[in-house]
Design a protein around this ligand. Structure first.
Ligand SMILES: [Fe+2]
Ligand SMILES: [Fe+2]
Length: 195
């Protein structure tokens, strides 16, 4: 057992020197899961002021949206091809769960109801935790027994992730510019009123 893991370590080390930073699909998804769990933990610890909460909620929503998208566009379709039809139930459930989480992400992004903001993040964290547990304990172990090429998928997902992160960053820069323009307009109107 110890020998096997020592062997695996040296293989990993070799891969890393050949292609530093490259992660296989499962490692990439697990790293995302860990990152978002840490953000939820920080939010729910309750030490943040309103601005910091807003900013962190934005990051959580972005991370979840990008993660769901790379799974839905690349990982789940490849998984569907690799598993037997019995195991497709797991993927159906995963997609339904993504739908519920995405609805909540949209509600938080739109800030429809500020009074429910904390509750929305709390519920989101619970749904994500449940979904991640199913992926990591049921889906991924099944997929590791198939012939899915996790290296190749990982590379495709990493590239798509980078692209999506850039798109989201550009969109949120636009939103901020719009907000600033809105603030300026409101200030101008106030000045007008004062005259
Ligand atoms: Fe995931
Ligand atoms: Fe997922």
């Amino acid at each position: 057992m110890a020998k096997a893991s020592a062997q695996k370590k040296s293989v990993d080390a070799e891969e890393n020197t050949r292609n530093p930073g490259a992660k296989d699909a499962i490692a990439l998804l697990k790293a995302d899961h860990k990152e978002v769990a840490a953000m939820f933990e920080e939010f729910l610890a309750g030490d943040l002021d309103d601005d910091a909460k807003d900013e962190l909620a934005g990051k959580i929503c972005q991370a979840l949206s990008v993660h769901a998208q790379i799974e839905e566009e690349i990982f789940y379709p490849a998984a569907r091809e690799a598993v037997s039809s019995d195991d497709e139930d797991l993927l159906d459930e995963a997609e339904v769960e993504h739908g519920s989480i995405t609805d909540l992400v949209t509600a938080v992004e739109e800030h429809e109801d500020d009074a429910l903001f904390d509750a929305q993040i709390k519920v989101m964290s619970e749904w994500v935790k449940h979904h991640v547990k199913e992926e990591e304990t049921e889906l991924f172990p099944k997929l590791l027994k198939t012939d899915m090429d996790m290296k190749e998928l990982g590379a495709a997902m990493a590239a798509r992730k980078e692209e999506l992160m850039e798109e989201y960053d550009a969109a949120s820069d636009d939103d901020e510019a719009d907000e600033d323009a809105g603030d300026e307009k409101a200030a101008d109107e106030e000045d007008e009123d004062e005259k």
